[in-house]
Design a protein around this ligand. Structure first.
Ligand SMILES: NC(=O)c1ccc[n+]([C@@H]2O[C@H](COP(=O)([O-])OP(=O)(O)OC[C@H]3O[C@@H](n4cnc5c(N)ncnc54)[C@H](OP(=O)(O)O)[C@@H]3O)[C@@H](O)[C@H]2O)c1
Length: 279
């Protein structure tokens, strides 16, 4: 499946009016983004509550159904406070149907398990995900916030491929480089969807060695901190697609301007994060 090179995420999306949400989605699609990432939990604790971000996106799609054809749509399930995680078959099958209903669609291209439920056997989750794919309601499946060992345990029981892994990955959170996530993705041929690729905004609000390294590269290359941080995630040898979450349409357009770091520039950022030169 082609996920493009940049995705737009709806974690911060539930507070938008329908016109504001429409503008963001339209701006993303017009800028060349196709993958729109949401989740049933987005909006929980806010005015619209659980499912709120899917409801707003559903309103945008209902107002202009042609937008649906332009996007690769993915949602996630499996977080249900206060339990807090449930990957049982009955729960997930119901959660998928509820997500499709809120979005007003009959299928999604990708369904992801948001966080691992430690109480559900991986064998059972594998059967559930395979059943989702067989049902035609889901084009492919993926997992988020799973350790590499959890992904391997799940993959061992699945017939369908695990198409995506969704870890936090950015200049400010480089654990997936060293914890095996990006290596496992390459082993099983999965695309990595990097959440909070701008550190959830910490790239701009904090000043540390990584922010300073990014700013220096900005002065050298003429690209913005956003563009450099996104290029960093794509600079790794794994297939990485960063998911941005800005609520500012102009920042979506800025993020869609791609640049490529040289290997030396990529390692400058790794070294700034590590606090020492590569061995
Ligand atoms: N699977 C998971 O567990 C998980 C967890 C978290 C997120 N996600 C996914 O990843 C997506 C992105 O996450 P994210 O929103 O944290 O990503 P992000 O793009 O790293 O951070 C977005 C934040 O950065 C701010 N920002 C962006 N450009 C800025 C600039 N030039 N100056 C100042 N602030 C700036 C935005 O503010 P403005 O809105 O004001 O521009 C927003 O608050 C989510 O929507 C979701 O789809 C998944």
């Amino acid at each position: 499946m082609d996920f493009g090179t940049l995705a737009y995420g709806c974690w911060r999306f539930a507070g938008n009016s329908t016109p504001e949400a429409d503008r963001l989605i339209r701006t993303a699609l017009d800028a060349g983004i196709t993958l729109i990432d949401t989740a049933d939990i987005y909006g929980f604790g806010e005015a619209r509550g659980f499912g709120g971000a899917e409801v707003v996106l559903g309103e945008v799609l209902a107002a202009d159904p042609s937008l649906r054809e332009r996007m690769v749509l993915t949602t996630k399930g499996g977080i249900i406070p206060p339990r807090p995680y449930d990957s049982s078959r009955d729960y997930l099958m119901g959660a998928l149907e509820a997500s499709l209903s809120r979005l007003g669609v009959d299928h999604v291209e990708l369904y992801q398990i948001h966080r691992p439920d430690l109480t559900t056997p991986m064998r059972d989750l594998a059967q559930t995900l395979d059943a989702m794919v067989s049902s035609g309601r889901v084009g492919a499946v993926g997992v988020s916030n799973f350790t590499p060992a959890q992904v391997s345990a799940l993959a061992a029981h699945m017939s369908a491929p695990i198409t995506t892994l969704q870890p936090e990955f950015s200049v400010l959170h480089q654990d997936p480089i060293t914890d095996g996530t990006l290596d496992l993705a390459q082993e099983i041929g999965a695309t990595v969807l990097a959440w909070s690729p701008l550190g959830g905004g910490r790239l701009f609000t904090q000043d540390g060695p990584v922010q300073r390294a990014v700013a220096k590269l900005g002065r050298e290359t003429g690209y913005s901190a956003t563009q450099i941080a996104l290029a960093f995630t794509r600079g790794h040898g794994a297939d990485v697609v960063p998911i941005i979450g800005t609520q500012t349409p102009e920042r979506v357009e800025e993020a869609a301007v791609e640049m490529a770091l040289t290997a030396r520039q990529f390692y400058d950022i790794v070294e700034a994060y590590r606090g020492e030169a590569m061995p």
